[in-house]
Structure formats: structure tokens, C-alpha cells
Ligand binder design. Sequence first.
Ligand code: IVH
Length: 681
Amino acid sequence: MDLFGNTDIEDARLRVSELTALINRYNHEYYMNDRSLVSDYEFDALLRELTELERQYPELKKANSPTQRVGGEVNKTFRQVDHRVPMLSLGNTYSIGEIVDFEARTRKLIGDEQFDYTCELKYDGLAIGLTYKDGMLTQAVTRGNGTVGDDITANARTIATVPLQLQPPFPADFEVRGEVVYPFEAFEEMNRQREIDGDEPFANPRNAASGSLKLQDSRECAKRKLQFCAYFVMGDNLDAPIMQTHFGRLQAAKQMGFKIQPYIKVCRDINEIKAFIDYWDTERWNLPFGIDGIVIKVNQVSLWGKMGLTAKSPRWAIAYKFKAARVSTPLLGVSYQVGRTGVVTPVAKMQPVQLGGTTVQRATLNNADFMASLDIHEGDWLLVEKGGEIIPKIVGIDPEHRTADNQRVHFAEVCPECGTKLVRETGEAGYYCPNQDGCPPQIVGRLEHFVSRKAMRIDNLGSERLRMLYNSGLVRNIADLYDLKKEQLVGLASDEQGASIQSKGADNILQAIEQSKQTPFERVLFALGIRFVGEVGAKKLARYLGDIDTLMNASESELAQIDDVGEKTAAEIFNYFQKPEHRTTVERLRAAGLQMKNTATKVSNTLDGKVFVVSGVFSRFSREEIKNHIEQHGGKVSSSLSTKTSYLLAGERMGPEKLKKAEKLGIPVITEDEYLKQVDS
Ligand code: IVH
């Protein structure tokens, strides 16, 4: 660095390429995989450092630098739509000083004209634009990269707060933009259910909102209880007087039927803006959904055009972002939780401390790798943060309280529940208890999974009752459920609540258990809870192999050849059925009358012996539907092209790589129409 704080150009070049790679990677994970590898704060710091270096050394600035992009990459699963007007982002800052500067700059730029500001919440979700023609919702598009987004109209229609038909008066053709958020309560409820169903829980409400809008099946999206928070109304002929201010536009939208959050305020000067920010910095924890800051906009629409834009954001608005709330508190001890699959999660018990509106005394230490990276010692003070996600996160050790001679905390060696020695697979971040069939939380967890909605759907048996059945010794294995008798159930009480099962309740339970015997084979297979066999995998196995006996007797390599079943899953299934107790369970379930055969009707044998690889997007079928169609007509579906492939069934937007490979292997490529002709013949 020289006297003026400038970095040497060679150092700068290195740092620029380092920052570019990091930011690109974080952007990719964030936009394409809905995974946030760093906090917003850290991400923004990196982007700022890069912007600053590019300012100092313009020769290092590349056209494709992440500072030149409005957003992320484009997701290809949905139809791509151009935004009529780009969806810009906002300049943002964590510093009140910069808000003061923004306000002063704005006043100077506007000069003598009368104006004021609006302050509103910065919703932490996913931006979408809704187009209305003659009062009808015609299109909903995600922000995408700011220029092109995904057409998610079908999913947006399922959101209760998105009006489908507006109340007059409304402009003939206009757009309402806003954020889709996942309210905390609904988010937590959904994640609890996902864990029971064996699905990976979402990391935070924003990821969940984004994942929901990109669901292929809008019926699934409808179950998600998303909310739309409108923050922008735009169009060419918005001449009505109410449309001349941003505040007025939102009120107009409210009259048209949009749910407008009441937390918007017209502010006349910097003091009122600061007061609004201060209020929400603490009050934000009491909202039912997440926000990550405050947005300040010039209220008078006529001034927007005059003030103009910078490269990627308007000059008439700015976002103030809240820093995550952070405290330091002494570690009291580490306990270990055992999940359904035996994974052991370390949990830090801490001196209770106030953080972002609630008392925090426990937080996850994730796994052995995370504990090692913290280098956690007895007597340490932990740094705990709460960002928009509500769940407190341990982010480090407070260096001020580190005492040299304290003992390092080592991960538990045996299962806290059953005493079995814990094991760690190579390449895994943490330990698990291998005592699948003898470790109480694993057994109860498997029972919960077995009765859950996506599996056997035995209503009336919640976690509490299952634990009760387990503790009483009546149910130790999923097959025991089918041996239950009314007299065993009546009068049974849980230790904690004391609520006991009455005669009517017992009848209901037994009836639900009886009904579950009709559950299709693919769901029975999923219900068994074999590691790595999810809902989709179970469906594939059931359709491909047809019945439980074929599955139990399949070799590892036969299993691995099935579409979407990898080697790891194949090994897991194979090992599962090597255990005599698992075979006994299956036999008991079979004897009880559960479905052990795929009854999905086979429509014809036209495609017998043919193997298809399916790629691209189809007009008459979804990808899943066309695969089912092939199977119903006797064909097989494989995920990758090989010499065994009979046809490459090509939809629109198929990748060029696949086509090249098919040509090289001499595999005929057929269209959807050609395929249908073949099936009909
Ligand atoms: S106004 C031209 N208002 O924050 C004005 N944006 O970088 C465009 N956001 O992705 C945005 N709450 O989705 C505005 N009350 C609010 C907002 C808001 C959240 C999001 C927006 C965008 C990002 C801005």
C-alpha cells in the first residue's frame, strides 16, 4: 500500500480475481441453488471491496465482473420472460451516515421543488412482478437476472394475497411489483413436517419462498402459505392524481385488492427517517415475517425521471440494511441430539442472553467439523448472531474470554441415548449412531416417518402418541402398529400430559391403521425409511421393479442401474435387506395386508425392451408425466445415454451436449410427436 492508501497494482490484480471468483461462486449458490454460503453482510463487504478496487484501477474492471451484473443467472426450468422494464436493485448500506448523505444529496439534486420521502420495510423474500390487463392477472415473473425472469404465473396465482381480479378503478395495463415472503409461523410448521417426511428442511424463509415459487406443481405451491407484499406500482398511463406519489400508488393498490403492509410512512426530513429506522431496528423481531432493512424512496413520482438511474439502481431510492444482532455469552455445556436417521447434532447450552427480542440459551453447533473449526474450549464465550432468519446462529468464539489452559471440547464418543459407539463415515461432516434398531429416538423417528402424510398417512398418531406407544412397550417396530388391539390403547396415557386415549379415540386410531393398508406400494416403500430412499426414489423403484420381492432380491449393481438411483443409495437398499430383522418386518407387514406390489396399471406392451433417455421440455406432458407414460407402455427410462439407449426423446431447449453424444453413439433422436405415434402404432 502507498501513502495514499492505494494498493499496488499487482496485489490488486490478484485480489480482484480472488474476489471475482468468490462472489461468482456465492452468487451462483444463492441464485441457482438457493444456498447462502455467507451472510449478506460479508457478501456486501466483498462486493464493496471489489467495486473500490475497480474504481482505483479501472484497467482491472472486466465487462463480466460481478459488479456489472444486476443479479444472478437465469433458471431454465420455467418459460423465460423479458421484463418490460428491468427490475432494478437498490443501492444499499449498513451505515446511517450514508443515509444522511443520501438525503442531503437528494435535497441538493431536487432543489426548490416540494417533496418528501416514504419509508417502508425491506421484505426478505423473492421479488416478482405481476402484470394486470383490464383488471385480470395475466402474468407473474420472478426477478431473475433483472432483465429476464421465470414465468411463475401458475404458482403466483396460488398466493392468497395476490389478487386475481382487481376492484375498479384500475389502470388498463400495468404492473405491481413486490416481494413474496414466507411468514415465520407457516415456515416453521412446514419445516417440521419436512423433517418428519424425511425432506431436507429449508435453511430460512427466503430460500423456502424461492423454492416454493419454483415448484413444478402449483398445487404444492398452494399449500405453502406464501404472502405477497407489494412495494411498487408502475405503468405508462398512471395519470390519476392518487398515482402521482408512491404512497398514493400503494393506497390505490390497496383499494384494488392488494394487501398493503401498513408499515409505510411519509417522512419529511432526515430526523423522521432516522426515527423510522430506529423504531424498526428493534421492532422488527415482532413482525410475523422477515425483513432485512428499510427502503427509503422519494415519494413524488415526477421526480424519479429527473433524478435518473446509476448503472443498476435508481438515484431516488436507497436501502438501509440491518446488521445481524450479535452478543457474546458463556458456554455452559454441549449436549447431543439424535435424529431419525441417527445423525448426532451437538447443541451448545449457553448462559441465557437477550438477543433480538428473545432469550437465547441453546444453539446448534451443527456437527463435528463445525465444532473443530471453532476450536471450542470449556469456559469459552460464544458469539451468537440473529439475522433475518430468526434462528440464532453461533458465528465464533469471543477472543476476549479465551483462557489458555482450558480443555478443548471433544465430540461425544457414544450415543447419549443408547450408549452405542458413534461412527463417522469418510467424507461426512459429523457422527451418527449406528444402532438403528435399538436407539429410541431413531425408532420413534422412524415411526413418525412411517405414519406421516407422504407415507402411510395414519392420522391420529402424532409424535406424542407414538412416544407413548413406544414407552409403553406396545410398539417397538413399525409392524407392531398392525397388531394393536383396542383394549391395549384405551386408557393409555402419556407421561408428560396425562391425557389418555378414550374408547372413541382408540376406534379412530385403529380405523386409520386399517385404512393405511390400502396405501400404494410406492408409498409403503417410502414409509420403510430406508436411508436415501426419498419419495421420488421410492416411486422409481416401485415402478421399475414392480414388487417387494424383486427389490429384496436385487443385487447392488442391478439397483444402481435404475434411473436416479446412485451407487450410494443402491448400497444402502441392498444392506437394508441383508438384515434378517428387516425382512421379518416386511413379512409381518405383508401378512397384515399392506400393498407389496405396484398396482399402477400397465396400459400396453408397445415399448417393451426399449430404453429411453428423456431431455428438454415437452408440450403435452411434464417431464415426470412423459416418463410415467413410457413406463406404462412397458418402456424403461434411464438418466444417461449409453449404448443400451434405444431413443433420445428430445423436447424443447434440450442441451446441445446430449444431442452431440446421441449422434456420436448413433442413437436415434425422436420428438414428442414421433414418440406418440410410436406408442399408438
Ligand atoms: S423498491 C426501483 N421496496 O430489495 C425500486 N424493494 O435491491 C425497486 N425489496 O430485490 C425496489 N422490500 O425485491 C423496494 N419495500 C421495498 C422492498 C424492496 C424488499 C427488495 C427488492 C429488490 C431488493 C432491492
